[in-house]
Design a protein around this ligand. Structure first.
Ligand SMILES: *[C@@H]1O[C@H](CO)[C@@H](O)[C@H](O)[C@H]1NC(C)=O
Ligand SMILES: *[C@@H]1O[C@H](CO)[C@@H](O)[C@H](O)[C@H]1NC(C)=O
Length: 713
């Protein structure tokens, strides 16, 4: 019997006992897995909440460009289950994962656990923040925002639910590709401080590899795909106010639209994730750093001579939307070519997952110092942020007037710093080259500023190793981790051939950056944000080696210390609730106050304006604030686009704070593929009544005619 035939037969096998028996008798049956894949909407408050990522307090949302989603993949070999979730969010915090696990526990008892669920943020910088609980991560968002947290947690839970309910027998394949011109190193001077012999092993100063896992049901139906490519989703810059999943999110949408032909985004059965990897020092803004007004190159310290002239990177497009689209298409094109190439290798072998919480300041590890040619014992430090952290990066210049690479102190910040918590002498010594701006590890008021205990997570599926890391590894940090893990597995279990190691970024806990000890000396943003000191990476290399060996040898690891449960704290929340909505006198909710023009063509942007409620009254989860509708021959209207489509934009405007009045502007950029005919735009929303309660309303424009070029004479 060939493996496909056997798998089909196995799939029909209902009785677990029989399956187990056959599994024991025929070990080759392990090439088939149980696979379940699900997608769910995580879009939170799209208006009046500060975005997470650039730490810019005036970057509040005022609408929606691309909805955010959680994409879940369950892989089970009959003995062990592994769930990988990629979420369009800036990161994942311990409390987010804990809440997801509590939700799952109420449905599935202990089927889904800390150990077998790995949640990875794509790191988009354009989704509403406040879902983290640690003080430092909520400073720029005016504290904790329960709405963001709940939308994220519910969306992730639901995507796992859907994956659970979609489990079928299937096969997994792996393939590697390469994407050029989609990423650059944003801290090349720090990278250059890595040993020359090491750098010479690599062609580029960022990774260009795209790793793809393909999931196919035994009956041949394509189920989904996960792609890993190292790039910051910062094509949308810190002047953007529309919620967006950015370049990687749009790449997912492109892939899913291609596979799920007649479904609206987020509704099809095929799911395509573009997940984060070692993107720490990797920018999508391929034109590189330039001075804002003159366009001249920046100084070596990433400053410009002109007064108030900032240094930042942009490109490759004319504006941030075009840049997002170009990067997304490059990722999608390569992923698609790999998908249709039919040359991927089948993944075979057992699933093994290990997880351990690690208290970083307590860790010690051995480090071979190239300068002294000696093995040294090094240790983790209490969390602290360096001065260059405040300067931001060339993807998003900081709000503070610090220069990157600053290694001398600044009196203003010293004062603030000491007020918050003075670093101890041992902290100063431990952090070495980093001048401490914020001794976050010593700050206890009002509650934890940054985690000391992080999640370390490792999964082995056949010869594919996935290292889920609690932060942003730089390019070289990721390369060292992959090499170290590969060697560890090869030594531990020689039967696993051609080990492929994937670094899954921003998993489970967020602990900022992980630069190499050499990059750390340069104190660029990434080094300044390597919070456990110069040997953060050295410690992780040791930890992940242990995890990899345990997984390969099938030995359980100790779970480690339990992180603080911040949800028990009295969290500071300064974002005011929506009090009430009222339409201005003489108008109604949903009334269209600006009609689109009567005729339009592909490439035109159709615009409509409605009297609205506040979008925070209802996030329209799994639904939409807007629908582009087309009149069919049978006189019915069908939807051709929602607020999750690239071609639409949903913009919210306050028209009177006192009256609680607002309007929304809906834009539709007509795609070249449009069918000619009659169209209209629908808006759905909720308003908050002044005496309490939230009620739905809707509105629709008049029809407009779309002509295509061949009807044009
Ligand atoms: C952001 O992009 C816009 C173009 O879309 C540009 O005008 C602006 O200068 C950019 N700002 C930053 C800080 O990158
Ligand atoms: C290696 O040792 C030298 C001398 O003690 C020290 O200055 C340097 O920071 C060490 N390198 C690293 C990467 O820790």
């Amino acid at each position: 019997m060939d493996s496909l035939g056997l798998g089909l037969w196995l799939g029909k096998c209902g009785l677990i006992m029989i399956c187990l028996l056959i599994g024991l008798l025929m070990p080759s049956a392990a090439s088939s897995y149980s696979i379940g894949i699900g997608i769910s909407d995580t879009t939170g408050p799209v208006a009046e909440v500060v975005f997470m990522g650039y730490a810019k307090m005036d970057q509040k949302g005022s609408g929606l460009h691309l909805r955010t989603f959680a994409r879940s993949f369950i892989i089970d070999d009959g003995q062990q289950r592994f769930v990988f979730v990629s979420v369009d969010s800036a990161m994942i915090g311990h409390d987010v994962k804990a809440a997801v696990l509590r939700n799952l526990e109420s449905h599935y008892n202990n089927l889904y656990t800390e150990t077998n669920v790995m949640i990875s943020g794509t790191h988009t910088h354009s989704s509403p923040g406040g879902f983290m609980m640690d003080v430092l991560f909520d400073i720029s968002t005016y504290g904790f925002v329960k709405e963001s947290f709940t939308a994220l947690v519910n969306g992730i839970t639901k995507s796992i639910d859907k994956a659970h309910n979609a489990i079928v027998p299937g096969r997994i394949f792996i393939i590697r590709g390469e994407v050029l011109d989609a990423n650059i190193n944003r801290s090349p001077l720090a990278y250059l401080n890595n040993p020359r012999e090491e750098r010479e092993k690599y062609k580029y100063n960022v990774d260009k590899d795209l790793m793809q896992l393909q999931f196919i049901a035994l009956n041949g139906q394509p189920l989904g795909v996960i792609n890993w490519f190292a790039v910051h989703p910062t094509s949308m810059n810190n002047t953007n106010h529309l919620v967006s999943s950015d370049n990687v999110g749009y790449a997912s949408v492109l892939f899913e639209k291609k596979m799920n032909k007649n479904n609206m985004i987020g509704k099809g059965s095929f799911v395509a994730a573009f997940a984060s990897s070692n993107l720490g020092d990797v920018s999508p803004n391929t034109r590189g750093p330039k001075c804002e007004f003159t366009g001249n190159p920046c100084t070596l310290q990433y400053t410009c001579d002109g007064e108030k002239e900032r240094c930042f990177s942009s490109g490759p497009g004319r504006d941030m939307f075009e840049s997002t689209s170009i990067i997304a298409h490059k990722l999608f094109d390569e992923a698609w070519n790999l998908w249709i190439s039919g040359t991927a290798t089948e993944v075979k072998g057992p699933v093994r997952v290990v997880h351990r919480f690690v208290e970083m300041p307590k860790q010690k590890a051995n480090f071979y110092n190239e300068t002294t040619k000696k093995m040294e014992e090094v240790q983790g430090c209490f969390p602290a942020m360096g001065y260059s952290f405040a300067a931001g990066t060339t993807d998003g210049p900081g709000s503070f007037a610090f220069e990157q690479g600053t290694t001398t102190s600044n009196p203003f910040w010293n004062a603030v710093r000491n007020f918050l918590a003075k670093p101890l002498d041992e902290d100063v010594r431990c952090h070495g080259a980093k001048p401490i701006l914020l001794a976050t590890g010593r700050m206890v008021l009002p509650y934890q500023w940054q985690p000391k205990i992080v999640s370390t997570h490792f999964a082995l599926v056949g010869n594919v190793a996935i290292a889920g890391v609690p932060g942003e590894f730089t390019t070289m940090s990721g390369r060292r981790l992959r090499n170290t893990v590969k060697n560890a597995i090869a030594n531990a279990d020689k039967s696993i051939e051609d080990v492929q190691v994937i670094v899954a970024g921003l998993c489970n806990t967020y602990s900022d950056y992980i630069a190499t000890p050499e990059e750390y000396q340069i104190q660029r943003y990434e080094g300044a944000s390597t919070i456990f000191g110069p040997h953060t990476l050295t410690i992780y290399l040791k930890q992940y080696t242990e995890l990899a060996i345990h997984a390969a040898l099938k030995i359980a690891v100790e779970s480690g210390p339990t992180p603080l449960d911040l949800s028990k704290e009295k969290l500071i929340s300064l974002v005011p609730p929506v009090l009430f909505d009222s339409p201005k006198w003489g108008t109604e909710f949903g009334e269209c106050v600006k009609q689109p023009s009567r005729f339009a063509r592909p490439g035109d942007v159709v615009v409509a304006r409605f009297i609205s409620g506040h979008p925070r009254n209802n996030f329209m989860t799994g639904s939409t604030y807007l629908t582009i509708e087309k009149l069919e021959e049978d006189e019915t209207w069908t939807s051709v686009a929602t607020d999750a489509d690239w071609e639409t934009k949903f913009i919210w405007e306050r028209t009177s704070i006192i009256l609680g009045s607002s309007q929304v502007i809906i834009k539709w950029e007509i795609p070249e593929t449009v069918l000619p005919g009659e169209y209209r735009i629908r808006h759905n929303g909720y308003y908050r009544y002044i005496l309490g309660g939230v009620y739905p309303y809707q509105g629709v424009t008049g029809t407009f005619h779309v002509k295509t070029p061949n009807l044009n004479y």
